[in-house]
Write a protein that binds this ligand. Structure first.
Ligand code: GLA
Length: 396
């Protein structure tokens, strides 16, 4: 038997906040007048259906982007993060895509505020720190957008409606980063609440909090530390395929599609679109069912739903990869007896992380099995940590 493994230590939000203030002082010789934090997310179930009017069930995690900022009496935003090149953004008029590349998340958010009428934004300096692993499929970009939007709100002295703020950030990602993402990541980072999952109805765009009552259970995130380049192109292709399929099915929304409709139109859809459609219809139903079971605190029922979700993403939607499959298999090998209730890939796929619902008192043993098994097979050292739902974006 393997010895229990210490999981990845986390940087407390309070420490991140101190770091951000120290960076601001170091780079710009200034005390912070505003500090904002926004969390990353994992998704319990409901994958690749947020852009299909589906249900998704993410939670905000205690991994954050934190920004410390202060006014600078200019017409520019000057922003530093880690070793990256400084971003200098003019605040005169319309915002355009620019350099450095990472600054486009921020430029997009600023443009959202301009279009929304909260303009001009006064010049400011900002320093960004983060404990959300980049490329881990845990929505570091949504956390960056939401933390930045929260800082801008502070400087224009306006508090946007939370939904409006999340949608503004999603639009920023579409227009300035070129990723046609759904709304899940920004909604999770904006609406997250301590000890609650965020059930999002992506058709009505309404979130509903579903409490996570159990202290006996934990959420184990396993970052495979791989991210395959094809992710962006494949994501676009999946969106396109679901749009085409919906048109072939002759429906207005995926919420009106039954699995029998997919069967009936099998020939017209063709093999690939048929399998993509089967995933969407199945995943929407599984997520609604999972939310129902969560409301009854029936956690054991989540395992088979998570397994079916992973298999469908692997076989029908084809967004998994061998590293994600291996991590899920390792969790399945531990099994219910060993404390694992369910495990599946998270986010866009082609790398990133898995989520495993497991018994809290077994998490270190489970972590050891996953970590050792994964490293033996792939040569990569995975990053594992336990998490619970935390509060969404806010000023500290
Ligand atoms: C990415 C996108 C989300 C969602 C997931 C897949 O994280 O940003 O909008 O589509 O992939 O569920």
């Amino acid at each position: 038997m393997l010895p229990p493994m210490p999981l990845q230590p986390n940087q407390l939000l309070a420490d991140l906040s101190i770091d951000a203030k120290v960076y601001l002082k170091h780079f710009y010789q200034q005390e912070a007048s505003l500090v904002a934090a926004a969390p990353g997310r994992v998704n319990l179930i409901g994958e690749h259906v947020d852009y299909c009017d589906g249900f998704v069930l993410p939670l905000a995690i205690d991994r954050h982007v934190v920004i410390a900022a202060g006014l600078n009496n200019s017409r520019e935003a000057r922003i530093r993060t880690g070793g990256e090149e400084e971003a200098v953004i003019s605040l005169e008029g319309e915002q355009k895509v620019g350099d450095p590349k990472w600054s486009n998340y921020l430029r997009g958010v600023l443009e959202g505020f301009r279009l929304q009428g909260s303009w001009p934004v006064p010049g400011f300096n900002a320093a960004i720190v983060s404990s959300v692993p980049i490329g881990g499929g845990l929505s570091s970009s949504a956390a960056l957008e939401l933390a930045f939007a929260t800082i801008v709100e502070g400087f224009v002295d306006t508090v946007l409606d939370t939904k409006e703020k999340a949608l503004l950030c999603q639009q920023a990602e579409h227009d300035f980063v070129g990723v046609p993402c759904g709304l899940m990541d920004q909604f999770a980072s904006a609406f997250g609440q301590t000890d609650n999952f965020v059930l999002i109805d992506c058709q009505s765009q309404e979130p509903e909090l579903v409490p996570f009552h159990s202290n006996d259970l934990s959420i184990l995130v396993a970052n495979t530390m791989v991210s395959h380049d094809l992710a962006d192109g494949e994501y676009r292709a999946r969106r396109k395929s679901t749009e085409q399929s919906l048109a072939i099915l002759g429906k207005e929304s995926w919420r009106e599609v039954a699995i029998s409709d997919v069967e009936t139109k099998k020939e017209e859809l063709g093999d690939v679109n048929c399998r993509r459609s089967r995933h969407v219809v199945g995943e929407i139903a599984r997520t609604a069912e999972a939310a129902g079971e969560l409301r009854k605190d029936n956690y054991a029922a989540l395992g088979p739903l998570m397994a079916a979700s992973h298999n469908s993403l692997r076989d029908d939607f084809e967004v998994s990869c061998k590293e994600l499959d291996l991590m899920v298999e390792l969790a399945n090998e531990v099994g219910f007896e060993g404390g694992v209730l369910g495990s599946r890939m998270v986010g866009a796929g082609f790398g990133g992380s898995t989520v495993t619902l497991c018994r809290a008192d077994r998490i270190r043993e489970i972590g050891a099995q996953l970590s050792v098994g994964y490293e033996q097979e792939t040569g990569h050292h995975p990053q594992l940590f336990a998490t619970r739902p935390v509060q969404g974006a806010r000023l500290l």
